[in-house]
Design a protein around this ligand. Structure first.
Ligand code: GLY
Length: 360
């Protein structure tokens, strides 16, 4: 088992990475939470595959267990769905000493985490991420949120789990699109911080190879995330590097109402668009753009900006929460493969960085 310790000023917790750990979660939680009620929040897809395994493990450890299941997908990350979660927590008579477990991908983790952060002014929660994206990124670092009609994650908090249990075995049930979706975040880590991740990905010839080595990939990504979160828990400095490709990615996802591109696909478009421009501008060392296109393509991810209304995209980017002031945006750009930096860009100039030279 690999264990990563997250040490923050006000909270320390562990990430456990082990094949098959889902079956032992009850045992792991028993000594800390004996006798408490647990509510598992999951989605309809994950429920079918893994809820019974988790429930059995928790019941065997003596916990009282209830569950809440939501429709899968970004469209569930809303205030309306959150209200339904609160209703169920009240129905199950959940007290402040009880526990929420999030069992699912990024949407479930963000929603369950935000419910935990706010219900009764905050109850403890555990993350059990079941997608690559959630295992390498969203389950770690305490960002919890729901979306508003005006954009993603506009209502949220920093609220850390008590523990994260990562079982790489659950990834074998991901369909190809979800697999690629998560690989986009893995590729992002390679470009911003650790070229060896990309070299590893380049050396694998198929999905089976990747899954055989995924424990190590998850460990490398979570270690980078640990370093950035410990340095900058509140996302005011270095942690922002994790947003590489996301400013444009979020705008593209929203533009298509979260129906055309998955998060990872939109981030892939965002990373390539920005890197294409910054390489032309001399900010990024030559070669990064081609290597990026090659790796993203190898992992089934899009690299071309669709033909969309650019003015709408710029407006959406301007609304993005990563703005550091009224007119300034923190844009993440590469210096070279494996090294990112934060650039302060005027909103009025941002189109030049997004492959969008002329506003349509
Ligand atoms: N997913 C980006 C972050 O946690 O900061």
């Amino acid at each position: 088992m690999n264990i990563i310790d997250i040490n923050l000023r006000e909270k320390c917790y562990k990430i456990y990475i082990e094949r098959g750990i889902l079956k032992y979660v009850g045992e792991k939680l028993k000594s800390s939470y004996e006798g408490r009620s647990i509510v598992v929040i999951t989605d309809y897809n994950v429920e079918k595959l893994y809820l019974d395994i988790l429930r059995e493990s928790l019941l065997n450890a003596g916990f009282k267990v209830n569950s809440i299941s939501i429709p899968p997908g970004e469209k569930s990350k809303t205030l309306e769905m959150l209200k339904k979660v609160y209703e169920n927590l009240c129905k199950f008579n959940i007290r402040r000493s009880d526990i929420i477990i999030s069992l699912g991908g990024g949407v479930v983790g963000d929603l369950a985490g935000f419910a935990a952060a706010t219900y009764l002014r905050g109850i403890r929660y555990i993350q059990i991420p079941t997608s690559i994206l959630a295992q390498v990124d969203s389950s770690v670092g305490g960002k919890v949120a729901v979306d508003l009609p005006w954009g993603k994650n506009l209502v949220g908090n920093f609220y850390h789990p008590d523990a994260v249990f990562i079982d790489p075995e659950v990834l074998s049930s991901l369909n190809d699109r979800f697999f690629s979706d998560g690989m986009s975040e893995v590729i992002k880590y390679g470009f911003i911080k650790d070229r060896s991740i990309l070299d590893d990905l380049d050396s694998y010839s198929n999905r089976k190879d990747v899954l055989n080595n995924i424990d190590n990939i998850i460990y490398k990504c979570c270690s980078i995330k640990r370093e950035l979160v410990e340095k900058d828990e509140r996302d005011l400095g270095d942690r922002m590097m994790l947003n590489f490709g996301h400013t444009l990615g979020h705008a593209v996802e929203k533009y298509y109402n979260y129906e055309r591109y998955s998060h990872g696909e939109a981030v892939a478009i965002g990373m390539t668009a920005v890197t294409g421009r910054t390489e032309e501008m001399g900010i990024t060392k030559r070669g990064a753009y081609d290597y990026m296109k090659y790796i993203l393509d190898k992992y089934g991810l899009p690299t071309c900006m669709p033909d969309l209304n650019r003015k709408e995209i710029i407006d959406s980017v301007a609304l993005d929460k990563k703005s550091s002031g009224k007119d300034i945006l923190n844009l993440i750009v590469l210096e070279e493969v494996g090294k990112a930096k934060i650039m302060k860009v005027k909103i009025s100039q941002v189109q030049h960085f997004l492959f969008l030279d002329k506003i349509k």
